[in-house]
Design a protein around this ligand. Structure first.
Ligand SMILES: [Zn+2]
Length: 313
């Protein structure tokens, strides 16, 4: 039997690194996660990543043809560097592509994690078959990506569009990016928790996160209901802006906060019914289908594409 073509897909976040061996059909053959431990420096992280990939490949049905990485951005795909002082401060400016290419002897591609998740959803998830797809991940922060004809949209110098930092309220809460009232500062899990603490001083010392506020909203707590409703209104306005800007076929909404998609859906439906010049009725808004696997599946797709680009000429 011919050996199956396999790749490695890896998803690097501030708290967790997930990697998988993936077939060219997108099937996850084996998978493992480790804690990032970014505070212990990049050399420590690189050794643990190499060990992680070594364990996965020891159980794989052959050698991978490429490795794809989606990493919490900003990243520089052309240089292979992580440029993220926010969630990976000790890794800022490091090149992760070169050492892995030398260690495993295959092409290695690095992309922003939002781009990787979008590639996963377009390949095998809620964006499947879409020619123009906007994917937004609403979790601790808000990241987004635009996929055009199966390719990641890039701006000047390859820059990644910062969809989560579109300003929705210039008088809104400050965002770490330097602006105020970004979508991320109004509707991310962090923003939801901050808004709940601000409205309810008694919660100030409690360990509140977005998920716990959403649980309180489901139980009918009026402050939590109000906070989640504001996040839903901001999200609906942001998606309305995206459909006007990009006129995509599909908008995919994923990330941990979208576990509460049902609480956001009424605001989305109401706002998207507003008059606009874009053919909004033809645009589908879908909840992401791949869950936490979108990043590694998309990174695997990126790996297959780079391997093909280098050998299928
Ligand atoms: Zn911002």
């Amino acid at each position: 039997m011919a050996e199956r073509r396999i790749v490695v897909g890896m998803d690097i976040g501030g708290s967790k690194i997930a990697a998988a061996v993936v077939s060219e059909q997108g099937e996850i053959l084996n998978q493992e996660s480790i804690v990032t431990e970014a505070e212990r420096g990049f050399e420590h992280g690189l050794r643990r990543i190499e060990a992680l990939l070594g364990r996965l490949l020891a159980r794989a049905p052959g050698q991978p043809v490429a490795i794809g990485i989606g990493c919490a951005g900003p990243v520089d795909p052309a240089r292979g560097t992580i440029d993220n002082p926010y969630t990976l401060p000790t890794w800022d400016g490091v090149n992760i592509v070169r050492p892995l290419r030398e260690r495993f002897g295959v092409p290695v591609a690095l992309e922003n994690d939002a781009d990787a998740a979008a590639m996963g959803e377009v390949w095998l998830g809620a964006g499947h078959g879409g020619r123009i797809v906007v994917m937004v991940t609403i979790g601790t922060g808000i990241g987004g990506a635009v996929i055009l004809d199966g390719q990641i949209y890039r701006g000047i110098d390859g820059a990644h569009p910062e969809i989560g930092h579109q300003c929705l309220d210039p008088a809104g809460p400050p965002c770490y990016c330097g602006a105020r009232g970004c979508w991320e500062s109004l509707a991310s899990g962090t923003a939801i928790a901050n808004a709940a603490r601000a409205q309810m001083p008694a919660w100030a010392g409690a360990s509140i996160d977005g998920a716990s506020v959403i649980r309180r909203a489901r139980r009918g707590d009026p402050i939590a209901v109000d906070v989640v409703d504001r996040a839903a209104q901001a999200t609906a306005r942001a998606v309305f802006n995206l459909v006007n800007l990009y006129v995509p076929e599909i908008v995919v909404l994923g990330g941990g906060v979208m576990d509460a998609y049902d609480l956001f859906e009424p605001a989305l439906r109401e706002t998207l019914a507003c008059d606009t010049m874009a053919p909004i009725a033809a645009i589908r808004v879908e909840r992401a289908a791949l869950g936490n696997d979108a990043g590694i599946v998309g990174a695997a797709r990126i790996a297959l594409d780079i391997q093909c680009a280098r050998t299928c000429m």
